[in-house]
Each structure stands twice: as structure tokens, then as C-alpha cells.
Design a protein around this ligand. Sequence first.
Ligand code: PLP
Length: 449
Amino acid sequence: MSDEIILGRTLVEWKKELPLLNEVINFKEVFWTNPMYQTISESSSLTVKDILDAEERLVRFAPYIAKVFPETEDSGGFIESPLMSVPQMKRSLEQIYHFELPGSLLLKCDSHLPISGSIKARGGIYEVLKYAEDLALEHQKISLKDDYSVFADQTFKDFFSQYSIAVGSTGNLGLSIGIMSAKLGFNVYVHMSADAKKWKKDLLREKGVHVVEHNSDFSAVVAQGRKQAAGDPHMYFVDDESSRHLFLGYSVAAIRLKKQLEDMNIRINEGNPLFVYLPCGVGGGPGGVTFGLKQVFKEHVHCFFAEPTHSPCMLLGLMTGMHDQVSVQDFGLDNLTEADGLAVGRPSGFVGKFLEKEICGNYTVDDDKLFTLLTILADKEGIYLEPSALAGFAGPVKLLKAQAGGTYKQDASLINATHIVWGTGGSMVPEEEMKQYYGRGKDRACKNK
Ligand SMILES: *Cc1c(COP(=O)(O)O)cnc(C)c1O
């Protein structure tokens, strides 16, 4: 094993250059601060104009969304989630992990986004709407000034039924793409990895989605979907490994969050920094949000990505600088985790490269800890998230306790910090399933006493 060549070097050589790898390859939790991090972002190929363009598209579609998804009527057809203070959770974290968290702790409840109950309701739905709009404009079915509620008409459904959409997913992206595409009238194929939960497949089949089950992991099902679409000019592939549209759909969250913080009288500036903890799978969701937040809050926001100890693909991509050239399997990790939303072995081909100077750091979390956090959050705040979505809560603990977090600990402005944990999914998990998750966390809490 030790003289096996991994991407041009032996494991011994890799470990010498990156000592943290010793822990990573032994499934240990780590906290890594990015040495490439630059507080001021450089100009790049995407700008705030692209985010505003995406937001305007969502504004155009709002009347349609409100019409076909009645649960969004109250929000005027906008797919947005609450930002909540979670003081009881903060107190519990401090007690259980024996530390003090200066500032305030908030939860961004993307778990409760309407339509598909996860952060994928941002990027996934946005990309389907973008494709539908492009087709409709190209075939002169609409103009930009029209009332988009016409998209609900039968004539539009008939038109879209000539087209197909395909996607590869561990579950939640499939839900978002499947539900939205089927509603518009597209034929839709969702290629599901072995991690995907049965209830997600059942729900999609109920909605008329073609669910293609695979016995392989995320990277392999993405390849399958890509292959299916390649031969068919009427089939569009939503590429979770490289899509800029998904990315921009996620980034809109940042301008919405700014408004929510203002409404709560929270200012983000020199003396009042913002720390954001984002569960990461392939990287598109946390990447898009980070890109948006950096555009909005500049050097005053610090974003950390959270991954399971068995699937730290973005961490390996950034650490080694090899990005999508490296997989967790290359370093002997198995990519097996209960956090199905994060079960990704190879990172996005563009997110890590694009944001390699903007991501503040990465850390990994044990599966068991996700369940413990799930149960504490349920007990203390009455909020139920899926395991993946709990990864964020380990962030503030690590930031203040890990040695590598030391530079932040000494920052005087930390007493006024706002910490936001991105709760990426969970409201659609069936009750029975959630009970089991909760029970697993409860068992562990008892054993620890
Ligand atoms: C997909 C997902 C993520 C991570 O998003 P990526 O774009 O895959 O990095 C985090 N949490 C949940 C619940 C998800 O479904």
C-alpha cells in the first residue's frame, strides 16, 4: 500500500507533504484551514450580475410557481426558507462539547424549503426553469414580459412532453429535478445511486418520474445519466459535477439571506463577522451559496464546508490541489455514509477550482455524531433535519476547539460573530424514518452518560 502510486506520488510522499492525511485516511475527524484562502475575492468569470440574472428569472417564474405549488402561495411563488435563532441548541452544544461559543447561532432552514425540502430546491428547480424558459423563448411560446403562469397551460405541457431531462443523484437532487420537470410536462429520468432512500424513489415514481436504480455510487450514476442524454438532442442533462446553472440557482440564497439578516437587525461588517457552515457533497450547493455570500459580504464572511469522515472528497480535492482528479477511494476511503446527501467520492470539476481561494476551510464529521446532533436539535428546538444536514453544527465546535481554528479564536470581533449553520434538508423525511434517526441519536446520548 505505502509504495502504491496515487496521482503521481506514493502515499508516504503525500503524507509528508500533508500530515493531516494521516488522520483523514484513518476516518478521523479533522479541521483544515485553507492556506490558499484570500479574504478579498478576485474578479472571476461569474459576478454578482449573474446572481441577479438568476434572481430575476425566479421572479419571472414566481406567478407560475405560486399557481402550481399552492404551498408557495403565501410567499408569492418564491422558494425560500426561514432563518432562525437556535439559542437552546447553542447552550446544549456548549455543555456537551465543553466550550464557549461567542456570538449568536442561527439555523438556515433549507430543510423546510417548499416543493422538495432540501437545498436542492434552489439549484435543481432553478436549472429546470432555466431550460424550460430557454426552450419557450427559442420557440416563441413566450416573451420575457409575459405572465409566466401560462407555463401551467396544457399547451405548454404538450410542448415540453417532446423533451426529456436526465440527472444522476443520491436522492435530493433527483427529488427537485423530478418534481419540477414532471410538473412542467417533461419526460424525466432520475438515475439513483445505491445510497438513495427508498421513499425518495417511491415518491418520484408516484409523480410519473422514470427512476433508474443503480448499484453504484454518485460519480457512476452521473456518468450513466450523462451517457443517456449524450445521444439524444431532445434530452437535457443536469450535470451536478459541473453545472453553472445549478451553482447560480444556489447563489441566489445569499442576496435573500442579506435581507433576512437585515430584518433581524443583524449587520455584517468589520466588527461583526459572519461564519457559515455548509454540508458538502459534490460541492455545488455549498459552493454556490459561498460564491453568493462572498459577493455580498466580501471579507466579512467565512465559509466552512462539512463532509462525512468516509466521504471527504472536497477536502481531498482542495488539500491535494487535484480537485476532480482525486477520489476518496484513491486514498483508500470507502465513501460509505449514512449522510446520503453527502455520499460523494469525487468533487465537482469546477467548484473547488473556482473557489479554491474563497473557501475558508473544511472539516469532517463522524456519522454517529450526526445522529447525536439530530436528536439534540429535535429535543431542544423541535426541528427535525436529515443526517446530512446536521454536519454544519459540528463547525462552530471545531472552529473554537481545534488547534487549526486558533487564528479565529484570537479574533476580538468573535464576540459579535453570527454563526449560521446551513440546515440543508429533512422536512420531507417520512415520520417512521425520522423516528429511527432520532432513536439512533438517543441511544448514543444514553451510552455516553
Ligand atoms: C445535496 C445535499 C448537500 C450538499 O450539496 P452538494 O451540491 O452535493 O455539495 C447537503 N445536504 C443535503 C441534505 C443535500 O441533499
